[in-house]
Design a protein around this ligand. Structure first.
Ligand SMILES: [Zn+2]
Length: 343
């Protein structure tokens, strides 16, 4: 496998410490969950939708939980624990639906990652096992967004208080959405941004997002404006039920592959260690030529290179293909965005 030079793949936690209780246990002062709880490694690819207002970004995000596999008993237990600590478990009723959380962009750091009075779990933990949807991503406070990096890497969050700390699970799929620029329409043909050239307007807006955060998002997808023609086209041939079946089959394939290699059954392409990934996502001859060429022309870092392999492996799994092929890599490369500055 070609392997471009670049920084190490820090996003891959080969020795992930897992979801372990701090010295004072996992429990909230008012609750009594004993001992450590093994965390769930299951993880999807994080995604950023970039498109003008009204393009359906929120609708796409809200539909994601419906095509994800059902919750495992382990996930149900973790979710129930977080909800009970947060005071959201009404009448002891447990839902088997994956959480979908959508905090507003004015959310504080305590609201997002947890903390404050009683070290309450934040949105990242309330979204455990499900989707954390951040609409208008560049409008969030940069420091608040920065605090997402740790839970995105470890799948848990530790909240330090004056004399105790608590650890909550926080393995969520980040689904973010943004307009291409502050005016919202910089990408539309014929539209002139209010302040200066469209390219500058878009660059300024996108610069509000930090490179390290963007670097952790596998998929960046441009969502074009919905035109009148789209509205009169027939519905897409694949509905939620068909998509869910394809996702479930893809997940089963991943579970079998990683279990065969002695990795936990909950490992997915998104959490597969880099070394194993290079083996299981090794493309065919044409694919190898393409990724080698792309690595040179796009100057991919090792991290980007692995991200593309990860996504390509998932695309091949969705197609039921044993080997990653050229068009899987081409599609994975397209999700990197138009240029590495933004992408
Ligand atoms: Zn603009």
């Amino acid at each position: 496998m070609p392997r471009p030079d670049g920084p190490g793949d820090a996003a891959v936690q080969e020795d992930d410490p897992g979801f372990v209780a701090g010295p004072h246990g996992l429990a909230h002062p008012a609750s009594c969950t004993p001992g450590p709880i093994a965390h769930v490694r299951r993880k999807c690819h994080d995604v950023l939708f970039n498109g003008p207002p009204g393009a359906g970004k929120s609708m796409l995000a809200a539909r994601l939980p419906s095509i994800l596999p059902p919750l495992s008993p382990r996930e149900l237990l973790d979710i129930a624990m977080v909800q009970s600590v947060a005071g959201g478990l009404k009448g002891g009723a447990l839902s088997n639906r994956r959480p979908f959380r959508q905090p507003h962009h004015s959310a504080s750091m305590a609201a997002l990652v947890g903390g404050g009075h009683g070290a309450r779990p934040g949105e990242v933990s309330l979204a455990h096992g499900g989707v954390l949807f951040l609409d208008e991503l560049p409008e969030f406070n940069p420091q608040v967004l920065d605090s997402l990096r740790q839970p995105m890497e470890t799948g848990s969050v530790m909240i330090a208080r004056a004399n105790h700390r608590v650890t909550y699970p926080a393995r969520f799929q980040l689904v973010a959405a943004m307009n291409p620029c502050r005016c919202g329409h910089g990408l539309e043909p014929g539209y002139a941004c209010r302040r200066g050239p469209n390219e500058r307007c878009m660059a300024q807006y996108q610069a509000r997002l930090s490179g390290p955060l963007l670097d952790r998002i596998d998929l960046r997808i441009e969502v074009p404006a919905v035109s009148a023609a789209d509205l009169i086209l027939p519905a897409p041939s694949e509905g939620s039920a068909e998509a869910a079946a394809r996702v479930a089959a893809s997940r089963a394939r991943q579970t079998a592959r990683y279990t065969d290699r002695g990795l936990p059954a909950a490992t997915t392409n998104a959490t597969c260690p880099a070394k194993v990934l290079e083996e299981v996502a090794a493309p065919d001859g044409e694919g190898t030529a393409l990724i080698r060429q792309a690595a040179e022309t796009m100057r991919l870092s090792a991290r980007s290179f692995h991200r593309i392999l990860r996504v390509a492996r998932t695309l091949a799994d969705l197609d039921g293909e044993a080997q990653v092929r050229r068009f899987h890599l081409a599609e994975a490369l397209s999700y990197r965005g138009r240029n590495e500055g933004m992408a």
